[in-house]
Design a protein around this ligand. Structure first.
Ligand code: SAM
Length: 303
């Protein structure tokens, strides 16, 4: 099903918990306000099943930190029985080495791992924890488990990791055969305002440097028109949503909050649609209606 702007729905980004074992100072918490419900495995599975019926092919599991849930392997296992083509998790990677084999066996296709720096002190100053070594171990284990391609998410913070650090991360990714995604800091929740003012970095100059080194560039039209550069045999992707009308024009994503609300846009909380209540009431018609309403409510945030 397409929205009123002709954009198909092909991907669902589903938050399964608001809890996290890190405390990144910039976190937008997927644009979600605090909620007091959490979906169980069968509820998540039901919601993915209906999303698949509406044309969703890609499922991204997020949080909070999704690996914090004891039933994360069951969640992946249930989703993998459904007619979707790509199941991935975005994780901080702290406990990934312990869980990745079971996740791969359960049907996980891919993983995105947050890695803003290779410097342990900088890592601790961003996340509040000295877990960098565990994350690097998680990356190695994910590669060994065959979750190809492993993607590394680097959020660029002005004055923290926007200089030489980027070359280090590009080299590290090339060495590991991983794809590096450079992500622009977003101002989503009101509480992110001060952080945004202080640390937001326009990615244009960084992108220009990468463009000069690149042998080729691809535009991922079904993925918010993101640019992917081929550099020395590796891939670097630039994700810059702020004030980017192309990003919104080619957005094919619906979100689900951990409390079971469909969320048509990361940037807004005034148009959430409760879909967990009809799931709990086993009301098939209302579940479908909730999806239809949420898809209709999708509109580009940046025009
Ligand atoms: N804990 C998991 C992780 O680290 O991937 C999942 C949740 S985290 C919110 C998902 C992604 O959002 C991370 O890659 C993180 O870097 C990114 N993110 C968090 N706050 C952000 C912000 N203010 N702007 C842009 N991206 C942000």
């Amino acid at each position: 099903m397409k929205d009123d702007y002709g954009r198909p729905l092909t991907s669902l980004r589903i938050s399964i918990t608001q809890k996290c074992d890190l405390n990144c100072f910039y976190c937008h918490r997927e644009g979600c306000e605090r909620e007091n419900r959490e979906m169980n495995v069968s509820e998540i599975s039901k919601l993915v099943e209906v999303a698949a019926d509406f044309g969703t092919k890609k499922i991204k599991i997020t949080g909070g930190e999704p690996l914090i849930r004891d039933d994360i392997v069951d969640i992946v296992d249930e989703i993998s029985q459904l007619p979707v083509e790509d199941i991935s998790i975005t994780t901080n990677g702290v406990t990934l080495s312990e869980k990745v084999d079971a996740l791969a066996e359960a049907g996980l296709d891919r993983v995105n791992i947050s890695l803003d720096t290779l410097n342990p002190e900088t890592y601790e100053s961003i996340t509040g924890k000295d877990s960098l070594e565990k994350v690097l171990k998680g990356i190695d284990f994910a590669i060994e488990a065959g979750l190809h391609p492993v993607k590394l998410n680097t959020l660029i913070l002005d004055g923290i990791n926007d200089g030489e650090e980027i070359d280090g991360l590009i080299n590290y990714s090339l060495d590991k055969g991983a794809i590096l995604q450079l992500i622009e800091l977003e101002k989503v929740l009101p509480e992110n305002e001060k952080i945004y003012k202080k640390y937001h970095k326009d990615l244009d100059s960084i992108e220009e440097k990468i463009r000069k080194k690149a042998s080729d560039v691809e535009t991922r039209w079904l993925m918010q028109a993101r640019r992917k550069y081929l550099v020395d045999g590796g891939e670097v992707e630039v994700v810059n949503p702020m004030h980017n009308s192309e990003f919104c024009k080619y957005c094919t994503r619906l979100r689900m909050t951990a409390g079971g609300y469909l969320k048509p846009c990361l940037m807004r909380n005034d148009n959430l649609v409760d879909v967990l209540t009809p799931v709990r009431n086993k009301d098939e018609e209302k579940i479908r209606e909730a999806y239809e309403t949420a898809i209709k409510l999708r509109e580009p945030y940046f025009h």
